[in-house]
Ligand binder design. Sequence first.
Ligand SMILES: [Zn+2]
Length: 327
Amino acid sequence: MKPFQSMPWHALIWRQWQQQIQEKRLPHALLLTGLSGLGKRTLGRALAYFLLCTNHQGLQACGKCRSCRFIEAGFHPDLHLLEPEAEGKAIRVDQIRDMASQVQKSSQQGGYKVVIIWPAEALNINAANALLKTLEEPEPNTQFILVSDRPSSLPATLRSRCQIWAVKPPSLEQGKAWLKPQLTNEQNPEVLLKAAGGRPLHALKLATPAAEERRYLLAQVMEALIRGADPIEQASKLKVFPLASLLTNLQSWLADSLRYGVLGEAGVQDSRQLPLYRQFFQLLGQQGLLHLEQELQGMHQQLHTNPNVDLFLESLLIRLMQALSHE
Ligand SMILES: [Zn+2]
C-alpha cells in the first residue's frame, strides 16, 4: 500500500510532471491551486514521494527503497512539511528560516530535498519574504511545492517565482468511480458529489457519520421552525455544531432553496432536502431568501468578534423564525 497516490483526475498534471522530470526541466518551485477538496496536498505529497524514491518503477515510487520506507513510516529527513502550528494560524518567518537552514545542508539520503508548504496563503508577510529569498537563490536538487486554495492572497512576487498548476475537479463519472468504493451501500456517490460542488474529498467528508448526523439534525430543526416550534429550544439542539460550519450549512440551505424555486430540482446541490426547500421557497420567496442569505453572510463575518455561542444561535434562529412566519 503506497502512502501517497495521485488521484485519477490528477492524471494529466502527473504525466506532464513526469515528462518534465525526465527532461530535467521540472521548475524548482511549483504552486498547486484549485478549490479545496480536490486532493491538491495529496498530489504534492505524491510528487515528493516520487522524487525522493531512489528506485522508481515506471511512473510510480517503488515503495521498497530506504526512502520510500521512511515516508511510509511517517518521517523522512529530506521531506519538510511547512504548515501552521494550528488551524487558522499563520506560517511564521522562523519556520521558514529553520527550513531554509536545513535545506542548505546536503540531503540526508544523497538525493532530492522536498519542501511542501500548505496552505501557502497562511504565510505571513515576513514568512513570504523570507521564502521569496530562498526561492531566488535555489539550492540544487531542492523542490518546493506550494499548495493554495486562494492563490490570489499570495504576494504576486511569490507567485511569479512558481510554476502554477491548476487542479480541476473530475468529471461526474470519474468522481463517482473514485468515491463509490469508499461509501456504504446506502450512500449515493452522485448525490454526495453534487452536494460537495463536485469536489470528491469534500464529498467524502459529507459522508462521515458526524456530517450525516449534523445534516439530519439541521433538517429536523428547520422543519420544526416551519411548524412554529420555539426557536430558543431549537437553538439548544444546534450547539453540537461548530458555529462556522453551521452558518455555512445554513447558507447552502438557503442557496439551495432559492435554486429549487428558480431553477427547479435540477439546479439543487443537495437533493436530499427537496420537500423542505420547497417549503422554504414558498414561505420566504426569492427576495426573502436573498435577504436572509445576505444577513447570514454578515453574521459569518462577525463570528470571531461574537464569542457568545448561545446568544448567537438563539438570535439566529429567532431571525429565521421571524422570516418564516412573516414573509
Ligand atoms: Zn522507492
